[in-house]
Design a protein around this ligand. Sequence first.
Ligand SMILES: Cc1cc2nc3c(=O)[nH]c(=O)nc-3n(C[C@H](O)[C@H](O)[C@H](O)COP(=O)(O)OP(=O)(O)OC[C@H]3O[C@@H](n4cnc5c(N)ncnc54)[C@H](O)[C@@H]3O)c2cc1C
Length: 372
Amino acid sequence: MTTDVTIIGAGLGGLTLARVLHLHRIPATVYEAEPSPTARSQGGLLDIHDYNGQLAIKAADLTDEFRAIVLDGRQAMRILDSDGTVLFDKSDDGTGGRPEVQRGELRQVLLDSLPPGTVRWGRKATRTRALGEGRHEVVFADGASVVTGLLVGADGAWSRVRPLLTAAEPAYTGRSVVETYLYDAATRHPATAKAVGAGSMIAFAPDREIFAHRERDDTLHAYVGLSAPQDWFAALDLTDPAAAAARIAARFAGWAPELTALITATDTAPALRPLYALPAKTRWDRVPGVTLLGDAAHLAAPNGEGANLAMLDGAELGRALAARPGDPEAALAAYEQAMFERVLKSAEIDGIDPGVSTVHDLVAAFTRHEQP
Ligand SMILES: Cc1cc2nc3c(=O)[nH]c(=O)nc-3n(C[C@H](O)[C@H](O)[C@H](O)COP(=O)(O)OP(=O)(O)OC[C@H]3O[C@@H](n4cnc5c(N)ncnc54)[C@H](O)[C@@H]3O)c2cc1C
């Protein structure tokens, strides 16, 4: 006997869960707030790790489809000093364990792998409530509602399902990033294209950094990170992109022009992303009939793991439910226990180490990482 699964959120985590359930013939419906798969640009490159994201791809039986969208050469990595000096430079020799893909293309691979109608677009969950005996009601912005015996919150940072399990809420980390894009970089911005190199580039100072990727079609995509209160960012007039970019670039005064061009030469209006995180070690006691995955469960400041973990959560939850068809509660308990441990370990192994306070610390950390 299987229980139909109601998933809120068609991000990478929710879709991976739906796919793994589909492989195990467990019916699932995904309710997504966005009106269509193309309603919003899906963000930039993701490196999918062999120790988490790729395990999820394998569980979803989508390895060939994944390989087909990998961007060759993009695992190259450089670290630059603020004056443009290259301090660390590693080319992509094809043996790395973190192939890069465009997030939107990966999401499309997952969407294409689901039976038509699995995702209900334009269904934004606004309220959830417990009805007893493990059943829950989800009310959507359009007034429709569903009652379900197995509810999964895969609805990201501001999850509407999370309050059923914990009162924990995301708090501002003190950092925000501003996203910029430079198109046709090799011809229009050759010095910046050279500085970024074939894959990723980090130029780092203790309270600011520029992290850029070379995406498909010779596009440079940068995350410009700054530690500053939200008021500082609120004062940026994003309706005047050039002035906003100039104000952000002023925080990088003295940096090499090929680096600050990643801010001032943007072809798109700078997009502000304040970074929030749930309290570290957020966990909850088992609540019958409901669980969380991905950012809804363990939102952290970006450390290169979030999407990978969300996908692995989805795959592991799907497998746990498939392994215990008559006992979803035991499946949820096993999934949550393993998920809490996985998240703790992940916080220890990746991201910019808190001990890294200068660009030279960062180079040393990467060099250590490269050593066998
Ligand atoms: C600037 C930045 C850079 C990052 N870079 C990386 C990286 O390089 N590598 C990496 O692994 N991770 C990265 N992350 C983290 C990563 O984006 C997240 O951890 C990941 O997207 C979480 O996946 P998810 O499926 O849990 O949630 P999401 O991707 O947030 O998906 C949630 C889905 O739920 C939908 N939704 C939300 N609310 C509702 C609602 N009320 N009702 C219905 N649907 C709803 C949303 O529209 C969305 O489709 C980055 C994050 C940021 C902010």
